[in-house]
Write a protein that binds this ligand. Structure first.
Ligand SMILES: [Mg+2]
Length: 284
């Protein structure tokens, strides 16, 4: 059977510097309303890296500053601001081109609002650079549910049969969604640490990297060893994390059977599967 290597990416703070776009919007907001520049840290704290609902963030800002604007007005302001500031760094685009040139199929797996995430994928020019994408709202399931990764594979033209996990990697910055998701699906993973220490018990990424170009480089290098977890090598560019196999019982990824690990039993409630529906891929 022909092997179809698949490389899946998270969107926010993986392919796109989403937090930088948020800070730029927050700075504009403070300037426009003649508010203290020092409140940028307040916005960054309540933002929660994008994982706090926008209605919570904007509602809190409305109360904090006694604004007369409606929540809808603030949400529209926010969306326009994020869209005006979001971009895909040239080094990230080059990394995607390199992966494609090396024969990889590329996909995006994103938790979030369908409209907002689609706007980002299209505005930043990512759409023609990947083979497919899945967004949790339209898919009605969220990372780390293995189903969303299987949907991504299907939409990228890679049948999620019993062997697909042995030649699929997931790259992301959010441990509970991206790395635990890869773990319970049976995928190898690269965690973008962005300078943070690993803080999760029970599961670990296969590799870690400082940024997307480095992560893609590691995956392309590791491709020569499909179906097995890479081992630490002196002088390697990335940080090799403790293999998950040493932390929790699991079946071999090469078997194509989904592993069972401690991560599966420790999901936060908000990551529970919402539905088994598998709608068609987004178009346009
Ligand atoms: Mg992310």
């Amino acid at each position: 059977m022909q092997r179809m290597p698949l490389l899946l990416f998270d969107l926010d703070n993986t392919l796109l510097p989403r937090d930088a776009a948020f800070r730029a919007w927050a700075q504009d907001f403070l300037d426009e309303h003649r508010l203290p520049a020092g409140d940028l840290s307040w916005f960054a704290a309540i933002d929660g890296g994008g994982y706090v609902p926008r209605s919570t963030v904007l509602g809190a800002a409305k109360r904090r500053y006694g604004l007369d604007h409606s929540l809808e007005f603030l949400l529209a302001h926010y969306r326009r601001g994020i869209n005006s500031h979001i971009h895909c760094p040239a080094a990230h685009i080059q990394a995607l081109h390199s992966a494609r040139a090396a024969g990889w199929t590329l996909g995006i797996v994103s938790n979030g609002n369908t409209r907002a995430q689609l706007e980002k994928i299209r505005r930043t020019g990512l759409a023609p650079l990947v083979d497919g994408w899945v967004i949790s709202e339209e898919a009605r399931c969220v990372k780390p549910d293995p189903q969303i990764f299987e949907i991504a594979a299907e939409r990228c033209g890679v049948p999620p049969t019993h062997e697909w996990t042995s030649h699929t990697w997931m790259v992301g910055d959010h441990a509970p969604a991206d790395i635990a998701g890869a773990e319970v699906t049976g995928l190898r993973s690269v965690w973008l640490h962005h300078g943070r220490p690993w803080a999760e018990d029970g599961y670990r990424p296969t590799l870690s990297a400082a940024g997307l170009p480095e992560a893609v480089g590691l995956v392309l290098t590791a491709r020569n060893a499909p179906g097995s977890r890479p081992h630490q090598r002196p002088g390697s560019r990335g940080t090799f994390a403790t293999p998950a196999s040493s932390l929790a019982p699991r079946t071999s990824v090469a078997d194509g059977r989904h592993p069972v690990s401690a991560a599966a039993a420790s999901f936060p409630q908000q990551y529970a599967t919402l539905s088994t529906a598998r709608p068609a891929a987004p178009t346009g």
